[in-house]
Design a protein around this ligand. Structure first.
Ligand SMILES: Nc1nc2c(c(=O)[nH]1)N[C@H]1C(S)=C(S)[C@@H](COP(=O)(O)O)O[C@H]1N2
Ligand SMILES: [Mo]
Length: 420
């Protein structure tokens, strides 16, 4: 709510870098990473790919075959199909379309885009029915935003011991894309909601008709009917041919395969919004319609199940931070389990409700270390420790987990999830 940290703001990036580098490098000598080249001249034995013309391209590009391990991992949870982004492989803020996380409560519907329609109805003066031909004539906006499932990081919230998993499998229900679509205000104003309309019930065209009740004013102000993702039409997995997108709101509010917006004076209290998407607090109270995802960050390298390749030397700690409440103001990194913290370098663009990339140089001396990152957003919200987070919620609660992620580095360089 308040700006608690404003002192660390303007310092030129270069000076900032030097200060951090010296703080963490621990020695004055410059780090060298490259091995010296030996004396054989380049070109003395040309590889086959330089002697013969190469292969052909494909009509829709694919990643290099050697990158076959960079894939989403699937698990079934409570009957849902959950596909997680391998965040440990992502560099930069945009998640490739094929690696976007996905949660399907009842599979992916096979929708004919030529027949799909969106209806706005209920407490409106002018009910609307819109098809693709009509929708693509509206002005569109493009914005880079993260999307995160309310249940992301549930394993860390619930498991009494830290599960030894790669980052993607621990916290990969979050991705970031450029979304392009029609501001909902344009469609809503055309439908002319009546004064008594306070809620909008958004429903998807999948089996089970996933539906959420959303507060009308906030939805009108921030919501988008998303039609494109990273420059191409939505992937079937992301809601083709159209989805609701509200930056910063928990995943399930972003109804995929959207076909209906019903204006109402009261929320529908759909099954999932009265059960799964409520949070039970430690004092027994229940939080409903808590839609905003809180500030969070993860170190992507080094992270779970990676191994530092040599026993000591220069490393670049790297990660991603995001908040449903605005821009990331700063990220601090600790290499000693939270005893001391150093400001990381934020790499631009630092966008509203988007992934923000951060790095910090680190000189590892081969000792045991615990790496942590702690993000603060422009509203002054900071990530809690795991024990503070656990103290806030009932023991079985797992939604909206945003506690500090810790990685233990062993003497042999192996990195493992830990609670610190
Ligand atoms: N119609 C419909 N919309 C849906 C869902 C669904 O199962 N059906 N899953 C929701 C959940 S729980 C999440 S976290 C987000 C995930 O969006 P993504 O699959 O594009 O990442 O979609 C939401 N929208
Ligand atoms: Mo979700």
């Amino acid at each position: 709510m308040t700006h608690t940290e404003s002192s660390s703001q303007p310092m030129p990036p270069r000076r900032k870098f030097m200060r951090h580098a010296l703080a963490l490098a621990g020695s004055a000598q410059a780090a060298t990473l490259a091995t010296p080249a030996h004396s054989a001249p380049i070109g003395s034995a040309l590889p086959a790919h330089q002697r013969n013309p190469g292969g052909t391209d494909t009509s829709y590009g694919q990643p290099a075959t050697a990158e076959a391990a960079v894939v989403r991992t699937e698990s079934k949870e409570a009957g849902f199909s959950v596909w997680r982004t391998p965040l440990q492989h992502q560099r930069g803020i945009i998640t490739p379309g094929g690696l976007h996380f996905a949660v399907h409560h009842n599979g992916i519907p096979d929708i004919d885009p030529a027949r799909h329609q969106l209806m706005l109805h209920g407490l409106v003066d002018r009910p609307l029915r819109l098809d693709w031909e009509r929708l693509q004539r509206y002005p569109m906006v493009s914005k880079v935003h993260f999307l995160e499932c309310a249940g992301n990081s549930a394993a860390n919230a619930l498991s009494p011991f830290a599960m030894d998993l790669p980052l993607g499998q621990l916290a990969g229900e979050v991705s970031c894309s450029e979304w392009t679509g029609i501001p909902l205000s344009l469609l809503m104003d055309e439908a002319r909601p009546q004064p008594s309309a306070q809620w909008v019930i958004a429903e998807g065209a999948d089996a089970g008709s996933h539906a959420r009740s959303l507060p009308l004013q906030a939805l009108r102000q921030h919501g988008m009917l998303a039609l494109y993702q990273n420059g191409e039409r939505l992937r079937p997995s992301q809601g083709y041919p159209m989805r609701l997108f509200v930056p910063g709101w928990e995943g399930n509010a972003n109804v995929k395969w959207l076909h209906r917006l019903e204006f109402s004076d009261i929320p529908a209290h759909t099954k999932d919004e009265s059960g799964l998407y409520t949070q039970v607090l430690s004092d027994g109270r229940i939080q409903r319609f808590a839609l905003t995802m809180e500030v969070k960050s993860v170190i992507t390298r080094p992270s779970g199940q990676q191994t530092l390749p040599s026993p000591r030397g220069h490393y670049e700690i790297e990660g991603l931070a995001w908040s449903g409440r605005g821009r990331i103001a700063h990220v601090e990194v600790s290499v000693d389990g939270g005893r001391s913290w150093t400001a990381a370098i934020l790499h631009g663009p630092v966008l509203d409700r988007s992934f923000t990339r951060f790095t910090l140089p680190w000189q590892w001396q081969g000792q045991k270390a615990v790496l942590m990152s702690r993000a603060t957003d422009e509203q002054g919200h900071t990530q809690p420790t795991r024990s503070t987070w656990k103290g806030r919620y009932a023991a079985h609660s797992f939604n909206h987990y945003n506690a500090i992620q810790a990685w233990a580095v062993d003497r042999d360089g192996r990195v493992e999830n830990c609670y610190a």
